[in-house]
Write a protein of this length. Structure first.
Length: 207
């Protein structure tokens, strides 16, 4: 395609035609560039934070300790009749203490590489969630069509902040098997794609 454009520009003697063709060419290049799927700055920030946690798991221990302190303050407020909640705060504290033990003993993990091919499908699922409100996990076998196998997925509410979302997924108090935590700390994982639709985070991991 580019060879044909170049040839026409060289042989045409009509300056007006040449200017028109150049304009069309730049519009075409611009359309291709803007139509490609790529992570937003906020999504890149999420990936960077996940990688920082993986490379230095112990660095997240103070954040988890702060999370436990916050939970203890909530328990006191409940005891004083100043707060009502349906959440299992004691269960969250238990899971967080368990997480500290994991973070203090786990070996540093490798950084994850963003997969643009995976991102197209991750983003599509994020848009599906936004339209339908259905936060069930996607059929991750669809990743097989792009040659990606052993894919796992995390879905979380978008609370407007990066680190608290990671903390929530790492503590994973409501999931008995701690599946979200295991995905984030999986030593076999090499690739990642993340999407936020403004309400929900979708994360896919693969090796």
């Amino acid at each position: 395609m580019y060879v044909k454009f170049y040839f026409y520009i060289c042989v045409t003697s009509n300056l007006k035609d040449m200017k028109n063709l150049i304009t069309i060419l730049f519009l075409f290049i611009g359309f291709v560039s803007f139509s490609q799927d790529s992570l937003t700055p906020r999504e890149i920030q999420m990936v960077n934070e996940i990688n920082a946690m993986r490379v230095n798991p112990k660095s997240y221990i103070p954040k988890i300790e702060n999370y436990i302190n916050m939970c203890n303050k909530k328990l006191k407020m409940i005891a004083d009749g100043k707060l009502t909640t349906t959440g299992d705060i004691e269960g969250q504290i238990k899971a967080a203490n368990e997480l500290i033990e994991v973070l203090s003993t786990i070996s540093p993990l490798s950084e994850l590489t963003v997969s643009n091919e995976m991102y197209v499908l991750t983003k599509a699922h994020g848009e599906y969630i936004k339209v339908t409100g259905n936060t069930e996990h996607s059929d991750i076998s669809r990743m097989n069509s792009i040659g990606v196998n052993n894919v796992t997925e995390n879905i979380a509410n978008d609370n407007g902040m990066i680190s608290p979302t990671i903390i929530m997924l790492l503590v994973d108090a409501e999931i008995e098997g701690r599946g979200h935590r295991m995905n984030l700390l999986d030593s076999n994982v090499t690739c990642i794609s993340v999407n936020t639709n403004g309400n929900t985070w979708v994360m896919n991991f693969a090796n």
